[in-house]
Design a protein around this ligand. Structure first.
Ligand SMILES: Cc1cc2nc3c(=O)[nH]c(=O)nc-3n(C[C@H](O)[C@H](O)[C@H](O)COP(=O)(O)OP(=O)(O)OC[C@H]3O[C@@H](n4cnc5c(N)ncnc54)[C@H](O)[C@@H]3O)c2cc1C
Length: 298
């Protein structure tokens, strides 16, 4: 069986398929650390992904797997408490059933309220490397190849090509949503913060073991992968306003990724092809749940 794509979706699908007894070769134009997945913050959060019922179920399934993985630091996964700030009062989020400990925060001056919960955070450079190692340990292979079309004549092909599905699946409903982040040094921060309604773009602060990811932007249709210095300044200003402890934090690097957005995430078998792409701003969040469904479809 061939899996096309070595981002978080292709690798998790490949691992679950090998574990289920299939022989799996992964082919990808970009290796794991070069993918959009490696840019992700990557906080467990169902963002820019629909439909609500399937996304909630996939997210809940992934949450459980990440909680297990967090027992082993080598996976790059940690469970972290954090707060989403609300500028207007809102009912509980549609995906509330996927997190075990969502509570209402009332101690947020200047905000109408907030939600506090524990979420998995995956340090993607570490997590993707761990996934790739795990795949190889299980006997799977990973080869760099750019495909012009999905191969025919294989017994089964999993299309986990992210935004590449625009061409490989000839899917005109796919579109990029550009996200820019700034990575700064760790300054002793343990909790994540998210202000989705901030002026200038969704603002988030996601601490990891040795650094902190600050975001972000949400720019539909933009394909430029070069970090914009003015946008970086704005992200830093927004993040520091949100978390004053970031004031003196040294900037380590800048990154841009193009979220593979689709009106609905596609997990579907058509003949000998299983499509699994269009995870929008939630590829890490949905990964293990979608991989389990791909195994069922196989
Ligand atoms: C700034 C930013 C922040 C984000 N934060 C989060 C977050 O906090 N939480 C979260 O869950 N998600 C987050 N995301 C979203 C997440 O990164 C994506 O949903 C996820 O990376 C999609 O994974 P993927 O494996 O489908 O695609 P990708 O990681 O893009 O991998 C696609 C793979 O397919 C290969 N491929 C494509 N076309 C071809 C071809 N023609 N031939 C061969 N190979 C091909 C590529 O080379 C690559 O290996 C964020 C994204 C961005 C940009």
């Amino acid at each position: 069986m061939l899996v096309v794509g070595a981002g978080v979706i292709g690798l998790t699908c490949a691992i679950r398929l090998v574990e289920a007894g299939h022989r799996v070769d992964v082919v990808a134009a970009e290796m794991p650390v070069e993918t959009t997945s490696s840019v992700a913050a990557a906080l467990w959060y169902p963002y820019r992904a629909l439909p609500q019922d399937r996304v909630t179920a996939w997210s809940a399934a992934s949450y459980d797997v990440f909680r297990e993985l967090a027992q082993d630091p080598a996976t790059g996964v940690a469970m972290r408490t954090g707060t989403e700030l609300l500028r207007e009062s809102q009912p509980d989020p549609w995906w509330a059933g996927a997190v075990p400990d969502l509570t209402h925060a009332t101690d947020l001056p200047g905000y109408a309220g907030g939600w506090r919960f524990t979420a998995p955070v995956a340090e993607m450079q570490v997590h993707l490397a761990w996934l790739a190692r795990r795949l190889e340990q299980l006997g799977g292979t990973l080869t760099r190849t750019r495909l012009d079309r999905l191969p025919e004549g294989e017994d089964l092909v999993v299309n986990a090509s992210g935004l590449g599905a625009e061409g490989l699946a000839e899917d005109p409903t796919m579109s990029p949503v550009r996200g820019q982040v700034v990575v700064v040094e760790q300054v002793g921060l343990e909790q994540w913060w998210l202000d989705p309604g901030a002026t200038g773009g969704p603002t988030y602060v996601v601490p990891r073991s040795r650094d902190i990811v600050l975001g972000g932007t949400d720019q539909p249709g933009e394909r430029d992968r070069t970090p914009d210095p003015a946008v970086a300044e704005d992200i830093l200003a927004r993040a520091k306003a949100l978390v004053p402890a970031l004031a003196g934090a040294r900037v380590l690097r800048h990154a841009v990724g193009l979220r593979p957005v689709r009106p609905q995430v596609r997990v579907e078998r058509v003949g000998d092809v299983i499509h699994c792409y269009g995870h929008g701003g939630a590829g890490m969040t949905l990964s293990w749940g979608c991989a389990a469904e791909v195994v069922e479809l196989a």
